[in-house]
Design a protein around this ligand. Structure first.
Ligand code: ADP
Ligand code: MG
Ligand code: MG
Length: 891
């Protein structure tokens, strides 16, 4: 007996279950699960993903036993349905559907009505009570889909045929076409297939079946699918399953229909059935934008007849299934259904994609409804999705000229220049431009362009169209089905009435209201909902890691505090030297010949720095603020333009040529490894002295006003404990002096940034005197790999594509290598000083996967940019919930 490759489902029984998604794909697993829980599903079978991998590795061959198992599964379906594939009198037809572990646009599309041929089409008409129109409509759909996806004849050729027949017969809609018209289409289609492929459309139903199965498996390796997997970090070695399922017909007249729905509103999260349907339609008619779909329930924004009004009995059944599925899956579902002559069939269910806003509402509501607990609610929010909530929206009072209104398909505000193709979107975005991709409707080929665009605007399609679903998944603003738009791809413009908007012109789209506006409309910061705050309270109760922010200004500090930052983990002081007149004082200091000269220049800087720190301390009242001493290489401050050189010369009372000579002398070959960080403070102690003075004077000043300050002075870039000790002595001396003079005591710490691999190795020595460590994982990554942060772009993409690296180590911490250094440093440091405070302040502090690691190695806090603070909080809580399941080493 060979292995089991084929899993049957039907008539209340299934070989598979909903848990077997790896093997059966998402679609197949859920078809089995729905069958098991008694939801009406047309019978069929699923061929496992392992067959796909075998097929891909063995040049299109199948493992032994597959053919036999398919034949047996086919028999089962035939006996449930009481007819068979190839029967010419009452043919049993099938759909062949792909279905991977993760829903994946770019894979082969579904083939419907498989099994029809020139003879059985007549049988189908007879079996449908003599409905010839229906039978020929099915047949032409089969040839069109099979021709498109299996035989690879471009879709537009088929569209042309239909358009020609419509024109000739003076018909407008597909539904206006008669049986004879469809016959005409079928014979033209068959000619088309023969001329394009050199072969006739296959008449043998079994040939059709295996042709379609093979096409699904091959499509796993097609470029669109590969790109999609790369964009979404889906592994290439999962494979897809194939689902072969008995057809049910939504196109059997007005008593039949097909539809798609969400069990709750995917944009707002509201607990109301939300979806669209079309009578006398099949497959993707609802989402294809050929006809305008109608709402499932009456809706304020539509006066089209709803399913609830048109077919109340079916609607009630659907409502019961909706409740059944939610109770079973304990999550919002995205479903497909078909009504055949008064019978309801479910064709798909899966966890529905939703906006961040909806995700919070649904999670909170489901806790209230008793479907899930608080921990599960925390797990349900994807950190990346949270990002979406924190994005701006249009200012309410901003002036706007509304051109048109479409469906609010995916919320947010986007401002950009109009482009009309995915390729242009990618190109323009690569040049650093903000673009809005405008299409009639999007398709899986457009994914790259959609990803590159700020927002997406389509003229056709509903809330469940490709554009809408994909945009919501990407967290991207989208207005869909804006019917007033006349899009002209050739002329590269769109018209709304008389108004013409050309490629390159600016528009603004509001994915929350559906408005399309001309020009750039002003945006404002996000408003966070009550649901957000409720869930984040649970998050804060759950997590152990503290979350701080990287902020250099009082403004950033305030934003971060609103996002829940519990202090500043990194305040960079170099920005304080670049602005306005400060850069001149700084240049004077660098270019001065003597200590005296330097001190004179530093004196000018002192009050400015002090003011900056006062502002930050006030904004962070009651919370710790980590201030890093000057870090960048001096040459970054050097004057280049002749005017600047002259100005410096004047204030230094030196000749311009002398200034130029000094500047030249300071140029370094490798500044990142040069005279920077603590090395500056050691060679020019007066710089560190001035900075310490500014910090402590500011701290004392605000402390006198009743503000609680906790300065933590951080010495950057140390590689030996001596570097630390020398600078610590200076800071402590100045701090005590200032406090004595000001007659105020403030609590403070002196610690160091750990960003050189050597510092990790000698962390025990450093910890003898350092009061805290903060990992600067950007530099630590740079120095551990020996990759320049500024130049690695050239090869990193290739490295990731060819699998040398799993991902960009500057975005997500390299746990295997850099992570080891972090862990070692923590162990050595805490070995000497068990109370050593340890945090991280690189970009990685806001990366969910890295946050999990930092939690696991026992850091006290992470620090990240203000907008990522909520993401880090959530990731920290999820790390606690994951802890019981696995440690990072097991992954
Ligand atoms: P996708 O993964 O793109 O959603 P599906 O396999 O779900 O593709 O199918 C595409 C369309 O065909 C859907 O509208 C689906 O409901 C419909 N369909 C699939 N199988 C059947 C069937 N057995 N009977 C009727 N319609 C079907
Ligand atoms: Mg599809
Ligand atoms: Mg589907």
């Amino acid at each position: 007996m060979s292995d089991k490759y084929v899993y049957s489902f039907g008539a209340g029984k299934a070989d598979g279950t909903g848990k077997m998604r790896d093997l059966l794909g998402g679609k197949g697993a859920n078809l089995a699960e729905m069958t098991r829980i008694g939801v009406p599903v047309p019978p069929g079978f699923t061929i496992g993903t392992d067959v796909c991998l075998y097929y891909s590795r063995h040049h299109g061959r199948y493992p032994g036993g597959v053919k036999r198992q398919v034949a047996a599964a086919l028999k089962k379906v035939e006996s449930i349905m009481g007819t068979s594939l190839g029967d010419t009198g009452d043919p049993l037809l099938f759909s062949v559907r792909s279905g991977a572990r993760f829903s994946m646009p770019g894979m082969m599309d579904t083939v419907l009505n498989l099994g029809l041929n020139d003879r059985s089409v007549k049988g189908l008409a007879a079996a449908a009570g003599g409905d010839e129109r229906f039978a020929w409509d099915c047949y032409r759909r089969l040839i069109q889909m099979y021709g498109g996806v299996v035989l690879e004849v471009e879709g537009e050729h088929f569209e042309e045929v239909i358009a020609k027949v419509k024109k000739k017969r003076k018909k407008k809609l597909d539904t206006d076409l008669t049986a004879d018209n469809w016959k005409e289409v079928v014979s033209a289609y068959k000619k088309l297939i023969r001329s394009r492929t050199g072969r006739a459309f296959p008449q043998d139903p079994h040939d059709q079946l295996w042709g379609a199965i093979g096409a699904v498996f091959s499509s796993w390796d097609n470029p669109r699918a590969v790109t999609y997997r790369e964009l979404n970090s889906i592994p290439h070695d999962l494979g897809t399953a194939v689902n072969v399922q008995a057809m049910v017909y939504g196109n059997m007249g007005e008593g039949s229909a097909t539809g798609v729905a969400f069990t709750r509103n995917p944009a707002t999260g509201e607990n109301l059935f939300y979806g669209e349907w079309l009578p006398n339609a099949q497959g993707e008619d609802v989402v294809a934008g050929i006809r305008t779909p109608m709402p499932i329930r009456p809706r304020a924004d539509s006066d089209l007849p709803s399913l609830k009004e048109q077919m109340p009995a079916i609607y009630d059944k659907l409502e019961r299934i909706r409740a059944r599925l939610e109770k079973h899956y304990r999550d919002m579902q995205d479903i497909e259904f078909t009504i055949q002559g008064g019978h309801l069939w479910m064709l798909q269910t899966r966890t529905g994609k939703r906006t961040a806003h909806a995700a919070f509402k649904i999670a909170i509501d489901m806790v209230k409804e008793g479907l899930i607990d608080q921990e599960e609610a925390i797990r349900r929010i994807e950190p990346a999705q949270l990002d979406q909530l924190l994005h701006p929206s249009f200012k309410e009072k901003a002036e706007r000229t509304v051109l048109a209104r479409g469906l609010p398909a995916s919320p947010g505000a986007a401002v950009g220049q109009v482009v009309f193709s995915a390729a242009d979107a990618e190109k323009w975005a690569a040049d650093g431009r903000d673009v809005i991709l405008v299409r009639l409707e999007t398709s899986p080929e457009d994914i790259g362009g959609m990803d590159a665009a700020r927002g997406i605007l389509t003229a056709r399609g509903g809330m469940t169209s490709h554009a809408a679903v994909v945009a919501r998944g990407m967290g991207k603003c989208c207005v869909a089905g804006c019917e007033a738009l006349e899009v002209d791809y050739k002329k590269k413009h769109f018209k709304v009435g008389k108004k013409v908007v050309k490629q390159g012109q600016w528009i603004s789209i509001d994915g929350t209201s559906g408005e399309v506006m001309s020009g750039k409309v002003e945006t404002s910061d996000p408003e966070l909902s009550g649901d957000y705050h409720t869930l984040m309270k649970w998050v804060d109760k759950t997590r152990r890691l503290k979350v701080r922010t990287n902020a250099d200004t009082p403004e950033d500090s305030r934003v971060a505090r609103n996002f829940g930052a519990e202090g500043i983990g990194l305040c960079r002081t170099e920005h304080m030297f670049f602005e306005g007149e400060r850069i001149n004082a700084m240049r004077e200091m660098i270019l001065a010949d003597t200590e005296e000269g330097r001190r004179a220049a530093l004196k000018k800087l002192l009050p400015m720095q002090r003011r900056d720190f006062e502002g930050i301390f006030k904004a962070m009242d009651g919370l710790p603020v980590t201030i890093r001493l000057l870090d960048p290489p001096l040459h970054e401050f050097l004057p280049h333009e002749e005017d600047a050189v002259k100005a410096i010369a004047k204030s230094l009372k030196a000749k311009p040529s002398e200034v130029r000579r000094r500047a030249k002398a300071l140029v370094e070959f490798n500044p990142m490894l040069g005279h920077r960080g603590c090395r500056l403070g050691i060679t020019y102690p007066e710089i560190s002295e001035m900075q310490a003075r500014a910090i402590f004077e500011a701290a004392c000043n605000v402390s006198k006003k009743g503000i609680k300050v906790f300065p933590e002075v951080m010495i950057p870039l140390i590689g030996t404990e001596h570097e630390f000790n020398i600078l610590q002595d200076i800071i402590v001396r100045v701090a005590e002096q200032v406090m004595k003079r000001k007659k105020v005591k403030v609590k403070y710490l002196v610690g160091t940034m750990i960003e050189i691999p050597r510092a990790c190795l000698v962390a025990d020595k450093v910890a003898e005197r350092a009061e805290f460590f903060s990992y600067g994982t950007n530099d630590l990554t740079q120095m551990t790999y020996g990759y320049s942060r500024d130049d690695s772009g050239r090869f990193l993409t290739d490295y990731i594509e060819s699998g040398v690296l799993r991902g960009d180590p500057f975005q997500s911490l390299d746990i295997e290598g850099v992570g080891q250094l972090v862990e070692l440093g923590v162990k050595l440091g805490r070995g000497i000083n068990p109370k050593l405070k340890v945090g991280v302040c690189g970009e990685h502090g806001g990366d969910p996967e890295s946050v999990t690691f930092f939690h696991n190695v026992g850091l006290d806090y992470v620090s990240c940019s203000p907008y990522r603070v909520p993401i880090a909080r959530l990731a920290a809580a999820q790390a606690v919930l994951e802890e019981s399941r696995a440690t990072w080493r097991d992954r």
